[in-house]
Design a protein around this ligand. Sequence first.
Ligand SMILES: Cc1cc2nc3c(=O)[nH]c(=O)nc-3n(C[C@H](O)[C@H](O)[C@H](O)COP(=O)(O)OP(=O)(O)OC[C@H]3O[C@@H](n4cnc5c(N)ncnc54)[C@H](O)[C@@H]3O)c2cc1C
Length: 528
Amino acid sequence: MHLGHSYKQKPPTGAFDAIVIGSGIGGLVSAAVLSRYGKKRVLVLERHYRIGGYTHTFTRPGYEWDVGVHYIGQVGERGALRALFDKLSDGRIRWAPLPDVYDRIELGDRAYDFVSGAGRFIEKLAESFPAEREAITKYVDLVKTTTRKGSMFFMARGLPSIVSAVTSPFMARGFSELASRTTREVLLELTKNEELIAVLTGQYGDYGLPPSRSSFAMHAALVSHYLGGGFYPIGGASVIAEGIAPLIEENGGHLAISAEVESIIIEHGVAVGVKLADGSEQRAPLLISNAGVALTFGKLVPEANRPASWTKALQSVPPSSSYLCLYLGFKATDEELGLTGTNLWLYPDEKHDENVARFEADPEAPFPMVYLSFPSAKDPDFQRRHPGRATVDVITMARWEWFSKWQGTRWHKRGDDYEAFKQRFTDRLLEVVFKRLPQLRGRVDVAELSTPLTTEHFASHPRGELYGLDHTPERYDLPLRAKTPIPGLMLTGADLATCGVAGGALGGLITASAVVGPGPVMGLLKRT
Ligand SMILES: Cc1cc2nc3c(=O)[nH]c(=O)nc-3n(C[C@H](O)[C@H](O)[C@H](O)COP(=O)(O)OP(=O)(O)OC[C@H]3O[C@@H](n4cnc5c(N)ncnc54)[C@H](O)[C@@H]3O)c2cc1C
């Protein structure tokens, strides 16, 4: 198991061609592609004590939970991302399919199943909405074409700006118009059936915004990503980083953990290195930040060097919502507990926008959405590692502001009032779980709630964000590119493309293509 080397105990030595700040999927993919094709020595500096960013897992005696990976699309035998993961990990990352029903959307007591395969997806929904068959078919077509155009839009972010200025309008024709509209606006042109709209947007938690606030481009990308079904990494989410890390090291790279970058060193307007929290410096001709746009330009780049155009543009897009996750452990197998790998999306009713607004205004209001994921049931290897155990993740949205008064306090020492506030959420979430899965009542062995402060502490997202920059229509107008206006400094990860492991990996590919050219990147996506 490769989880990186302690920066203090095994400091990196020698000269590096590039430094990557952060080891999320975006940082790892860009580092791995540069290593493989540019033959570059890449130093990855990770603040956490494990590599992987949101793909990391954590353990408690007898248990292990993923944090930011519940299912990934397009990695089945014929999936568009399968070749990429196979090649970067030399086949070390293996995937298990989720059940045919990968997502079940429940609006109150009404349940709707998303089944794998675009045609079957349409048929299944049309059983519930026979009068809407045509609308559903048009919707799936639109989702697919929007996503196809979107990939051109994003890849242009890796082209030299002069080339992209000329080619982008043609490459992504029609995409920007759809990206600039909300999901609800676009769906209302296809159907007026509110129940159907609520079902079609029943995965909104995967990008963190209800239909009236999200860009249709994000919605389309997400839906399209899972149309072929969901998959889970066999062995747990950490196998993703463990699978990719060797390629970086084989080429002379180094993965350092507990290595917090405090600032980016800029000399004569050029980014030349980083200063770490322990006061040491590392220098390289190329710096790539996977730490997120807000953190990179709000903290790591010294104020005097922040490009005014970017600072202003970034103000138009807020950080995404934060979240609470209740990690549950059971001393019983999934079979004994009657749990399967199908994700459950529990909503009070079909009014997603109103429910989110009500909860944002009052944390005591009913949860607008509760997502139940069953990692142990999804992972065929779980029983080998943790015999006789089962795990469940229970997620809902949360506002950073509810927790910010405890910012600066230490993990596990935040005070009784914080614990009481958390306990109230824990109890309420447990009641939702027990109502839906009554067989779990009385069987919980471990229940641990993460809050936005946990996310700030472990994942370094400054406001505990689920997904970096919010996926509003305005996000698609940002002048984001792999190359920043500061020579020597590039961006990577989900903020460069979209959220999700696939989005973060796409960000990694965009950055890599800006360095080694689009040819090798295209080659990685090809099945050979
Ligand atoms: C609860 C939750 C559930 C999710 N579920 C899914 C899912 O089921 N499927 C899916 O595809 N996606 C899911 N996602 C989204 C997905 O995990 C992320 O969008 C994606 O992994 C982000 O990758 P990234 O490389 O952009 O950034 P990150 O994974 O956030 O990595 C950034 C890294 O940079 C490091 N860093 C930051 N600052 C510094 C610094 N100063 N010095 C050194 N290192 C630093 C951080 O510690 C972190 O490791 C989920 C996310 C969350 C939060």
